[in-house]
Design a protein around this ligand. Structure first.
Ligand code: 48F
Length: 257
C-alpha cells in the first residue's frame, strides 16, 4: 500500500494527544529530566506510580551528557556505582572509592530504564507556574518551551499531580516560582530559596540526601536543586549524589502515596 502523508500526520497527532490527555492527572509530576529527575522517575514508576516528567529541552539528560568540561565521563562513588549497575550502566574503578562511567551510556540507559519502567516523559515543555490550592501545590502550569523562547503571548494549560518533584538543577525553578508568586514561606532557613554554596564535593554530596525533602506542601526538591533550595555546596561532575537523591525522593513520596 502506498504511504499516505496525512495518515502519518494523523497517527502522530492522535497518539500524542491521547498520551497527553492520559497524563493530565498523575501521582507525581517531575520537573526536569537531568539525572536526579530521571532516577526519581525510574524508582517511582517501578513501584507502579503514575509518573510524568517534564523537560523544557529537546534532549533529556540535563547536565550529564558533557561529563566535566565536555569530557564525557562521569565520576561516582560506591553508592552511586550501585545504582548505575542496577540500571545497567557499566562502571570502571578509577581508584579507591572513585568509579567512572561513560556519560552517553549513563544518560541513554537511565532514560531508557525510566521510560521502560513507565515514566511518561514530555520534552519541549516548560513549567512556568504551579497550581496552588489551600496552601498546597496541586499541579503544574505548562506551556511549550518554544512559546516561552519566542516570547509569544500564548496561555498555558494545567496538569494535576498529588506530588511535584523540583529536579530543575542549579536554578531551582519551581521553588523560585513558589517563593516569588505565592508569598508563602518555604520550609528553609530563610523562608525562600537559600541558594547554592561554592564547590565542595564532599560536603555537597553528603548534604544532598538530607536536603532531598519536602520544602513546601506537596513539593519535594531533588538533585542539585535540593542543595540550591537549602543552601549547600555544589559538587561539579560527581554524579552519585544526583542518583541517590533521585532514589531518595522516590522513596519519600512512595511512602505517602
Ligand atoms: O541540571 P540538571 O542535570 O539537574 P540534576 O538532575 O543534575 C545536576 C547535574 O547535571 C550537575 C551537577 C552534578 O553534580 O551539579 O549540574 O539535579 O537537569 C535539570 C533539567 O531541568 C530542566 C533543564 O532543562 C534540565 O534539563 N528544567 C529546568 N527548569 C525547567 C526545566 C522548567 N521550568 N521546566 C522544564 N524543565
Amino acid at each position: 500500500m502506498p504511504l499516505d502523508d496525512v495518515v502519518i500526520s494523523r497517527a502522530i497527532i492522535e497518539r500524542f494527544t491521547q498520551k497527553l490527555l492520559d497524563h493530565l492527572e498523575c501521582d507525581v509530576a517531575i520537573v526536569g529530566g537531568g539525572p536526579a529527575g530521571l532516577t526519581a522517575g525510574y524508582y517511582l514508576a517501578k513501584h507502579n506510580h503514575k509518573v510524568v516528567l517534564l523537560e523544557r529541552k529537546l534532549s533529556i539528560g540535563g547536565g550529564m551528557w558533557g561529563g566535566g568540561i565536555m569530557f564525557n565521563e562521569i565520576v561516582v562513588q560506591e553508592e552511586g556505582r550501585a545504582i548505575l549497575e542496577e540500571l545497567g550502566v557499566a562502571t570502571l574503578r578509577f581508584r579507591d572509592d572513585y568509579y567512572t562511567a561513560d556519560a552517553i551510556e549513563a544518560v541513554s540507559t537511565i532514560c531508557s530504564q525510566a521510560v521502560k519502567a513507565g515514566t511518561r516523559i514530555f520534552n519541549l515543555i516548560d513549567v512556568e507556574d504551579v497550581m496552588l490550592t489551600e496552601k498546597q501545590v496541586t499541579g503544574l502550569v505548562i506551556n511549550w518551551s518554544s512559546v516561552t523562547l519566542a516570547g509569544l503571548h500564548v496561555d498555558p494549560v494545567t496538569m494535576r499531580a498529588r506530588f511535584v518533584v523540583d529536579a530543575t538543577g542549579h536554578v531551582a525553578e519551581v521553588a523560585q516560582i513558589i517563593a516569588r508568586k505565592s508569598g508563602a514561606r518555604l520550609d528553609t532557613s530563610s523562608g525562600g530559596v537559600v541558594g547554592e554554596r561554592p564547590m565542595h564535593a564532599e560536603i555537597g554530596e553528603r548534604m544532598i540526601l538530607e536536603n532531598t525533602r519536602e520544602f513546601f506542601p506537596g513539593v519535594y526538591a531533588a538533585g542539585m536543586c535540593a542543595n540550591a533550595v537549602f543552601g549547600a555546596p555544589r559538587m561539579g561532575p560527581i554524579f552519585g549524589g544526583m542518583l541517590m537523591s533521585g532514589r531518595r525522593v522516590a522513596e519519600l513520596i512512595a511512602a505517602r502515596l
